[in-house]
Design a protein around this ligand. Structure first.
Ligand code: PLP
Length: 407
């Protein structure tokens, strides 16, 4: 008898964005004339940069002739893209990352979800709360947690990120083996300083833990003292893996390209304590389960790292950051307490009431869709997330309509 993976039964019934979509559809059916502004799901709205489109077209044309056609590519990505990534994202900041430590993929979601396969099932896992749900759900599916109880999974270590600690988690008493950190953070919009991250790296080194550092929003960092990469932190190469994405950086949410950095020094351990190279394990995993990102997409991604591409993506992130600034100023004027919105496209807003109640009121009274903070974890209760990924016009109109605090 074919039996199911029972861990799937532990997953919460409704994925956050599915529930949002249900409520929005119901509202639209009952109010067909009301026009909605969606500041919920963090999907970009602006087209791909010009240089990407040109490179994309050219690569598609190459596929049309036998002489330039490309079949299966290298599992870890084409050399031309890995070399461009190293030069632009790391060498330019004085960081020594080599091409063979870069693994190109079709998304930071896939990478951050798949990476847990490399580790034993009985490790202790820590996640920030509120959290990007992928880290949690993939560990639930793998059987690393108990049941969902009182808004949390048994067996997971939750790192509270609240107003009290300025949304940056403290080191936990119980020692995790695997730690997921995301900065600039989704959903709170908090960016981490070098000093803050150094504490986590030192902690991971002391305890032989591993940090999965999700830097999907790195391109929104503007403050000079905020590090763009975990590898700017001393000792990080031994204990950290970094994930980056072109989704928010260059508008690739529908095009799909990202990468993961696994340094040569980065290891996990056999039961007897002997170290094992994670880079080798990941290559083994990718070569078994993944056949790479399509050639035209990798050429389009390469164009992001050209001087012109870099200028164009800066314009994109500046645009969304300006939206974020307008939202932040608007909400503060209306009396809200907010974080994020600087070095991040997300604004984390204290709702003053239950997250879903606020969501419903904002939808019905203002025709604005937000994301209820409680969907990201227990510590998100009483908060909402507003995304700056929208047109300037919509953002300005949304601020004109937004309900004041207290609601
Ligand atoms: N990591 C974080 C923290 C995200 O918020 C998202 C998307 O919203 C992703 C990863 C997904 O990135 P990608 O589109 O590359 O899969």
């Amino acid at each position: 008898m074919i039996r199911v993976n029972e861990n799937y039964k532990k997953l919460k019934a409704s994925y956050l964005f599915a529930e949002i979509s249900n409520r929005v559809s119901e509202f639209q059916q009952n109010n067909p004339d009301k026009e909605l502004i969606k500041l919920g799901i963090g999907d970009v709205t602006k087209a791909l940069p010009d240089s990407c489109i040109k490179a994309f077209h050219k690569a598609v044309d190459e596929m049309a002739a036998d002489s330039s056609f490309m079949g299966y590519g290298p599992y870890e990505g084409y050399g031309f893209l890995r070399e461009a990534i190293v030069r632009t994202d790391f060498e330019s900041r004085g960081l020594e990352i080599s091409e063979n430590e870069i693994f190109v993929s079709d998304g930071a979601k896939c990478d951050s979800g798949n990476i847990q396969e490399l580790f034993s099932n009985d490790i202790e896992v820590a996640v920030q709360d509120p959290v990007y749900p992928v880290y949690v759900d993939t560990n639930v599916m793998a059987g690393r947690t108990g049941r969902w109880e009182n808004g949390r999974y048994e067996g997971l270590i939750y790192l509270d990120s609240t107003e009290k600690n300025n949304f940056f988690p403290e080191l936990p008493d119980k020692k995790p083996d695997l730690i997921y950190l995301c900065f600039p953070n989704n959903p709170t919009g908090t960016a981490a300083t070098k000093e803050q991250l150094q504490k986590w790296i030192d902690y991971a080194r002391e305890n032989r833990s591993l940090i999965i550092y999700d830097a999907a929003y790195e391109s929104f960092i503007r403050d000079r003292e905020i590090p763009h990469s975990i590898f700017e932190i001393e000792g990080a190469k031994e204990v950290a893996i970094e994930m980056r994405s072109l989704s928010k950086t260059a508008g690739f949410t529908g095009t799909r390209c990202a990468y993961t950095v696994i340094p040569d020094e980065c290891t996990a351990y056999n039961p007897d304590g002997t170290p094992v190279s994670l880079k080798k394990m990941w290559l083994r995993r990718q070569s078994t389960k993944f056949n790479g990102v399509s050639y035209p997409v990798q050429r389009a991604a390469e164009a992001v790292y050209s001087p012109q591409g870099q200028k164009e993506i800066r314009i994109l992130s500046d645009y969304y950051l300006k939206n974020a600034g307008i939202i932040l100023t608007g909400l503060k004027k209306l009396g809200y307490t907010c974080t994020g919105g600087k070095n991040s496209p997300y604004i984390w807003v204290k709702a003053g009431i239950d997250s879903w109640d606020f969501f419903d009121r904002l939808l019905t009274e203002s025709g604005i869709v937000c994301t209820p903070g409680s969907g990201f974890g227990k510590c998100g209760a009483g908060y909402i997330r507003i995304s700056a990924f929208n047109s300037r016009e919509n953002v300005i109109r949304a601020m004109d309509r937004f309900i004041s605090y207290p609601v």
